[in-house]
Design a protein around this ligand. Structure first.
Ligand SMILES: Nc1ncnc2c1ncn2[C@@H]1O[C@H](COP(=O)(O)OP(=O)(O)O)[C@@H](O)[C@H]1O
Ligand SMILES: [Mg+2]
Length: 493
């Protein structure tokens, strides 16, 4: 599966968003729990304070009673000490209880009732003590024995005990609440932590998978690339071989064709020589007596020389064509010699070589600078641009002086584009491709030529690793664009 960056982004975003949401939830929950714990703790603290004031109240009442008993038993004043302290403190103890339950008096003890019971109790204590002090211990003992003080004390214990129960219940509830909350916090943090960890692992896994895919795709690409390069090299070698074979073939064929042609030309000369003998013979008046004399004379003086003339021009033409093919095939086999060529100087010399012809036609040839420097084969370049400029002059328009412009139109990385532009007679659309074919000519046949030039030019340009294209407007002019590599590739030679 090819790596899909869109999917990677989507998946990592999804994991990131889920992790972030979990984190947010965790934060909110922690905050809420912290609030709750605080209020629970406050309640617990308050309950503990309430319990303390209740304990103190009860112990103060008990202190008073303990002091009274001690005094009644011993009659010593120092036993009255706890009694007196309790009497002094009791008002404050009651106030403390009231204050502790001021917010929720329902939960507190029945304070009025306690107040009343304590008053009664204290009154009973005071009564026994004053009786004892007045020297009537039996009277004091009777009051004690009446169990009224004990009943009051029991009543006070019950009243405070009820409040104790409520406060203790509240305390244990608060503690339980704290336990539940803290375990909930622990569980929730654990869950959220695991979830966040999972999302992190998920995004890491996605990234790792994507990176793996990327690496394997890159390796695949590299392999493909290597394969492709090998195939291109193979095909190039194949083409090179085929090309060489065709050139050899062309050479052999044209070479072998020339041998019989030379024979034909030789025998034609002999025929001409023999013809002279025959012509001399027909001038002899002795043959006039023969019935076929007239016909023989006509054959020897007109028919035969005419035919021999045709044979001669045809064989000469054929010889020229075969020579051209030979030249092309030799050219194809020539080893290119790369050298640094300053195109400005090079085109100046091309222009110089045709300057005389241009001036005598009243025209001009312009080399537009700046021009680049390339590495190329000088001879090949001379033949390419020599042919193009020659054509531009040869196929100029009859009604205007020729203007030829050579310029560099672009310099891409590793290649330059050169244009040879003329204002000549132009080439019709139907001949656009054909003019590059061997022995093909176009337009009026009013100029010498064999239709070899452009075929040769295209072969050479391609051998240099370039390409040639042409645009033309009939009657307006033609532009040839030659693309050349900046550096000659001689690997395939
Ligand atoms: N610059 C040009 N302007 C007009 N026609 C051209 C030009 N160059 C080439 N041609 C046409 O292309 C044909 C082929 O040219 P080429 O291969 O050089 O052969 P040749 O010059 O021997 O005819 C020419 O016959 C001519 O019709
Ligand atoms: Mg030509």
């Amino acid at each position: 599966m090819p790596p899909n960056p869109q999917r990677l982004l989507r998946t990592t975003y999804a994991f990131g968003a889920a992790g972030f949401a979990a984190l947010l939830l965790l934060m909110l929950a922690s905050f809420w729990l912290a609030q709750r714990t605080q209020s629970t703790t406050e309640n617990v603290l308050k309950a503990r304070a309430q319990r303390t004031v209740l304990v103190r109240l009860l112990s103060t009442v008990q202190d008073a009673e303990t002091g009274q008993r001690g005094y009644l038993l011993t009659g010593e004043d120092r036993y009255l000490k706890p009694y007196e302290t309790a009497i002094a403190d009791i008002g404050q103890r009651l106030k403390d209880v009231r204050a502790a339950f001021s917010e929720n008096p329902d939960e507190g003890p029945a304070i009025e009732e306690i107040d009343k019971a304590i008053d009664d109790k204290l009154a009973e204590l005071a009564k026994t003590i004053s009786a004892f002090k007045a020297g009537k211990p039996s009277e004091a003992l009777d009051i004690v024995k009446s169990d009224r003080g004990k009943d009051l004390m029991d009543h006070i214990r019950v009243l405070i005990g009820e409040a104790f129960q409520r406060v203790d219940k509240k305390l244990s509830e608060g503690v339980e609440q704290q336990r539940v909350d803290s375990s909930a916090a622990r569980e929730f943090s654990l869950l959220a932590g695991i979830f966040i960890l999972l999302t992190a692992l998920g995004s890491i896994a996605t990234i790792v998978r994507y990176t793996r895919q990327l690496v394997s795709a890159r390796n695949e690409l590299q392999e493909l690339n290597t394969g492709l390069e090998n195939r291109v090299a193979e095909r190039t070698a194949d083409l090179q071989r085929a090309n060489e074979e065709i050139q050899r073939f062309a050479y052999i064929v044209s070479h072998d064709l020339r041998a019989p042609l030379v024979n034909v030309m030789g025998y034609t000369s002999e025929l001409e020589a023999s013809l002279e003998t025959l012509q001399a013979l027909t001038k002899d008046p002795q043959i006039d007596v023969l019935a076929t004399a007239e016909a023989a004379k006509a054959a020897v003086t007109t028919d035969m020389p005419e035919s021999i003339g045709f044979i001669r021009t045809s064989t000469q033409k054929m010889d020229g064509l075969i020579k051209a093919i030979l030249k092309l095939s030799r050219e194809g086999q020539r080893v290119l010699a790369p050298e640094r060529i300053n195109l400005a100087e090079f085109f100046d010399s091309v222009a110089d070589s045709v300057q005389h012809r241009v001036s005598s036609a009243g025209g001009e040839i312009r080399v537009v600078k700046p021009l680049a420097s390339i590495e190329g084969d000088r001879l090949a370049l001379e033949q390419i641009f020599g042919n193009l400029v020659d054509n531009a002059l040869k196929y100029r328009a009859k009604d205007r002086p020729p203007v030829i412009k050579i310029s560099q139109v672009s310099h891409r990385w590793g290649a330059v584009d050169i244009e040879v532009q003329d204002n000549g007679r132009g080439i019709g659309d139907e001949d656009r491709e054909r003019v590059f074919d061997l022995f093909r000519r176009a337009g009026p046949q009013d100029q010498q030529g064999e239709g070899i030039g452009l075929a040769h030019v295209r072969t050479l340009v391609r051998r240099l690793g370039g390409e040639i294209t042409m645009t033309s407007q009939l009657g307006r002019g033609t532009t040839f664009r030659v693309t050349l590599p900046s550096k000659l590739n001689t690997r395939g030679q």
